[in-house]
Design a protein around this ligand. Structure first.
Ligand code: GCW
Length: 715
């Protein structure tokens, strides 16, 4: 082929590549692989060659990922060579004699299964990416590509050792076998059970790649409200196919199981965990699973909660149930994630119940059981104090459960960056072992040392083109993964990483968008549930304000009035020592701090206290005035984000810009709806005027009460 011809072909090829990537950018389907552009400071870092030391083909995936990534970033075609020379990027497993010359074997050992090193080797004038196995090298590759796109790097900064803090970094899908997704706002499930095992959706691999790029290493495919049929041979064969699609990317598959499965599927009389035939049923089922999926991860269980069956149906405890499953899984290295999301309609403070049920069992769980605990004591509210379970269970491994899907934060309509919520929670001090016993430290193995550790995120993923319903909701999946790798990482930096890889590299634009993201969660707290209020949303669907909601015959602990307790004197749930005494479940000094109205942080005030309307707040305002002003603050912040976004038009892809703009308009309308509904309704108790600075409601209370939310809009 003549030189000219090849040049033309090359040009056409790059033109296609660029137009393809622009195309992909438009609908958000490429997630954080959409931009693929270098950080402006890194243009001089083009590698001269790629060297892959790989005798048995283990690094094929990682090297392809690296080569494609580098070619795209530097808009060139980097040569692959067999020997490391000046300017190479060198990929190798650690068990290579040359690697050992440059890195201390102790350091290599400390990397464990998933850790990696990226290091500029002076003697070779090359960058080495290495880890103890293929998955770790793949993480290293993704990290290197991320650095090239998101920060200015040079050879001095390339001396990186990354070891994930949590061993199990897992997504929980609440996906049903009929394709619907509980609390899913991005279309139907990505798992196509009807098509499997014969037809394999290309999305499975894309999903695995995206997860691996942020360090996630496990996924629970089905809803915790589990259909027993997931354990039939028919479904397990489907699961096997998904598992083999995800495996190359280091993602292990787990399943939610229904505790009554031995009775429902196996035809046994019941599912009593003390009965030998029940134990045997599980043992055989587990054996069948591992024959199909040798690296199966284990089970997630919601038992004796919200109508799900469990060991307590037979007078047994959570420990009896969890241990029976743990024993069946143990020979294969599998684990049980047993949820502590339990409460019953009779208890008069739902926030206390998990602790009361689980603490007495602390010494009884097997070492391959983790207790999975939601971040707050109630249920994924815009803001909750930490659950007192963290730090309290010392003998049992506790794993945090975060919600990525925005069940209580405006679904996929509201722009809410959850990084700040996650950070606030992970850095909350439990004081379990004195000051500095943050949630991160009591769960990631730094303080209590158990054989496993983990963190789960309830996925916000569906079959929508942009995966998550809202372009910015992708950032919540992204930040969950990054924090699961390192819970102490800075969420502002992570937001910036995401923006640079997904939306734009323009510095000024990046910082404006990051600011919107960083303020967004506080804004949502303010326009929905400020000062410690919680659970004011609509019955059942959990969208929009209904603080007045009363449903004939309904469980009181599903109704807003149970939580806000507004009356002529004041508002808030008294959980102090003179009330439900939930404060008692916390370690000192938290207990006293929360207990005392004078020291309780204002963001949790109405969570822990029933406070008189005229109570003086820190800034001198009365509680009533401050409450109204907080609602207004929330609305104002959304207005601000709308203004900032409108200026992004020239920098952001047109479709993406428009779609986000439309969603912010919905968010603003609904922020006003929240504010009006709450302050008008609470005014019927406070009987006080709105303070200066609060906009007159545009709605009337009676109209709002009649407003019916249209769920169709979201599914
Ligand atoms: O928040 C509640 C949700 C339920 C969910 C439950 C749970 C999967 O409203 O939809 O069920 O929590 O976490 O088990």
């Amino acid at each position: 082929m003549k030189k000219n011809q090849s040049r033309i072909i090359n040009t056409v090829f790059y033109f296609l590549l660029i137009s393809m990537s622009l195309q992909a950018q438009i609908d958000g389907s490429n997630l954080w692989f959409a931009q693929s552009q270098l950080h402006s400071h890194n243009h001089s870092l083009q590698p001269k060659s790629l060297v892959v030391t790989d005798m048995d083909g283990k690094l094929t995936l990682a090297s392809n990922e690296l080569l494609n990534g580098l070619n795209q970033l530097f808009q060139t075609s980097i040569k692959q060579k067999s020997r490391v020379s000046k300017g190479s990027v060198w990929l190798s497993l650690t068990n290579n004699s040359e690697v050992i010359q440059f890195i201390d074997p102790q350091e290599l050992k400390a990397l464990g299964e998933d850790g990696f090193i990226i290091k500029y080797i002076d003697e070779k004038k090359s960058v080495l990416i290495t880890g103890n196995n293929q998955k770790a090298v793949l993480y290293g590759v993704f990290h290197y590509l991320r650095l090239l796109q998101t920060v200015a790097i040079d050879k001095d900064s390339l001396n990186i050792t990354e070891i994930p803090k949590y061993k199990v970094r897992i997504l929980n899908h609440w996906d049903n076998l009929d394709g619907s997704v509980e609390r899913g706002y991005a279309g139907r499930s990505i798992w196509k059970w009807d098509e499997l095992p014969t037809k394999v959706s290309p999305r499975y691999k894309k999903y695995a790649r995206a997860n691996a790029s942020i360090g996630i290493n496990g996924t629970v495919l089905n809803n915790v409200n589990a259909n027993p049929h997931i354990l039939t041979t028919e479904y397990l064969k489907k699961v096997m196919v998904i598992a083999s699609e995800l495996r190359p990317y280091g993602i292990q598959v787990y399943l939610s199981v229904n505790f009554a499965s031995p009775a429902v599927l196996g035809g046994l009389d019941d599912a009593n965990p003390k009965k030998e035939e029940v134990k045997d049923w599980w043992k055989n089922k587990v054996k069948e699973i591992y024959e199909l999926i040798p690296d199966f991860g284990g089970f997630l269980v919601k038992a004796n909660s919200e109508g799900q069956p469990g060991p307590m149906d037979y007078g047994c405890t959570h420990a009896d149930g969890a241990n029976m499953l743990a024993d069946a899984l143990k020979p294969y290295g599998g684990i049980v994630m047993w949820r502590a999301f339990v409460y019953n309609p009779k208890g008069w403070d739902r926030a206390k119940q998990a602790y009361e049920e689980f603490l007495p069992l602390d010494e009884q769980f097997r070492d391959n059981v983790m207790i999975q605990v939601k971040n707050g004591p109630v249920d994924f509210q815009p803001r909750e104090p930490l659950s007192p379970m963290f730090g309290a269970m010392k003998e049992t491994q506790v794993m945090p459960e975060l919600q990525i899907t925005q069940e209580y934060l405006g679904f996929s309509d509201h722009l809410v960056y959850l990084g700040t919520l996650y950070q606030e929670f992970l850095q909350s001090d439990t004081y379990a072992k004195g000051k500095g016993s943050t949630v991160a430290k009591v769960t990631d193995g730094s303080i209590y040392n158990h054989p496993v550790s983990g963190i789960a995120g309830v996925a916000n993923i569906g079959e929508d083109n942009n995966w998550c319903g809202h372009h910015f909701a992708q950032a919540n999946w992204y930040v969950f993964g990054r924090l699961a790798w390192n819970p102490d990482a800075d969420v502002k930096t992570i937001a910036e990483e995401w923006v640079r890889q997904t939306l734009t590299q323009k510095d000024k634009v990046v910082s404006s968008i990051v600011e919107v993201m960083m303020n967004s969660r506080e804004a949502t707290v303010n326009y929905m549930t400020p000062l410690g209020l919680h659970h004011l949303m609509g019955w059942d669907h959990h969208y929009g304000p209904e603080p007045w909601c009363v449903v004939e015959g309904a469980r009181p602990d599903w109704l807003p009035t149970y939580y806000h307790k507004a009356d002529s004197i004041g508002i808030g749930f008294d959980r102090s020592s003179t009330g439900s005494n939930a404060v008692k479940q916390y370690f000192e000094p938290l207990r006293s701090e929360f207990d005392n109205i004078a020291t309780c942080p204002e963001e949790y005030l109405l969570w822990f206290h029933h406070v008189p309307w005229n109570h003086k707040m820190e800034n001198g305002q009365t509680l009533w005035n401050q409450l109204c002003l907080k609602y207004q603050e929330g609305v104002d912040e959304v207005k601000k984000s709308q203004e900032v976004w409108s200026k992004m038009k020239t920098y952001i892809d047109e479709q993406q810009f428009k779609e986000v703009q439309e969603k912010i308009a919905i968010q603003l309308k609904e922020a006003i709806w929240w504010k009006d509904a709450c302050i008008l309704y609470f005014q019927t108790f406070s009987k006080q005027p709105f303070p200066e600075g609060v906009e007159e409601p545009v709605h009337k209370l009676e109209e709002l009460k009649k407003l019916k939310f249209d769920l169709k809009h979201h599914n």
